[in-house]
Design a protein around this ligand. Structure first.
Ligand code: IMP
Ligand code: MG
Length: 180
């Protein structure tokens, strides 16, 4: 790493090179499944944007992109989310990949998968940069994943700690007293 780790960072889990190499591998898995079919990549703002752009370039097949954002109900039960910004375009008859930064409890991905499935896409699948299955509360099918991670709060490659650190080129674990 060129510069010293910023405050609060404990250790690097995946280097920039490891992340790039793994995204290329997953892009190859996606190409194998969909061939030259055009894909609609849908990213959840803001965390998944970094992963979406790198994946889209690694795919080298036709893609369209769209974005949505969600927010939690204030004071609501954990996992209660709603769409704060919806997609710009319909997804009917399209092959949709829901691009996530991390699937943790699974609440967000399950809600979005159900919401998107109700709009009659040709297919819809989840593609996530990180998967922390040890914390899963609700089951959700994750078709493509770059990395399984341990039970630590992580930042970088789009993931934030209080809106910071999204632009780190690597994925790092925060000190245990920060984050979760
Ligand atoms: P889920 O609904 O519990 O699966 O939550 C997923 C969302 O929580 C992700 O899209 C992230 O925005 C956020 N999140 C969960 N774990 C982390 C983490 O370790 N670092 C940063 N954000 C996280
Ligand atoms: Mg997120």
């Amino acid at each position: 790493m060129a510069s010293p780790a910023p405050p609060g960072i404990d250790r690097i889990l995946f280097s920039e090179d490891q992340v790039t190499a793994r995204i290329r591998e997953v892009a190859a898995e996606i190409r194998e499944k969909y061939g030259q079919r055009e894909l609609k990549l849908i990213a959840v703002l803001k965390g998944a944007v970094f992963f979406l752009t790198e994946l889209a370039r690694a795919l080298e097949t036709p893609v369209k992109i769209d974005f949505l954002s969600i927010s939690s109900f204030r004071g609501g039960a954990p996992g209660m989310v709603r769409i704060a910004k919806d997609l710009d375009e319909p997804i009917q008859d399209e092959d949709v990949l829901l691009i996530e930064d991390i699937v943790d409890t699974g609440f967000t991905a399950r809600f979005l998968l159900q919401t998107l499935a109700g709009r009659e896409p040709r297919s819809v699948a989840v593609c996530t940069l990180l998967d922390r299955t040890v914390r899963r509360i609700v089951q959700v099918p994750v078709e493509f994943r770059c990395f399984e991670i341990p039970d630590r709060f992580v930042v970088g490659c789009g993931l934030d700690y209080r809106q910071n650190y999204r632009n780190l080129r690597y994925i790092a674990a925060m000190h245990p007293d920060k984050g979760m």
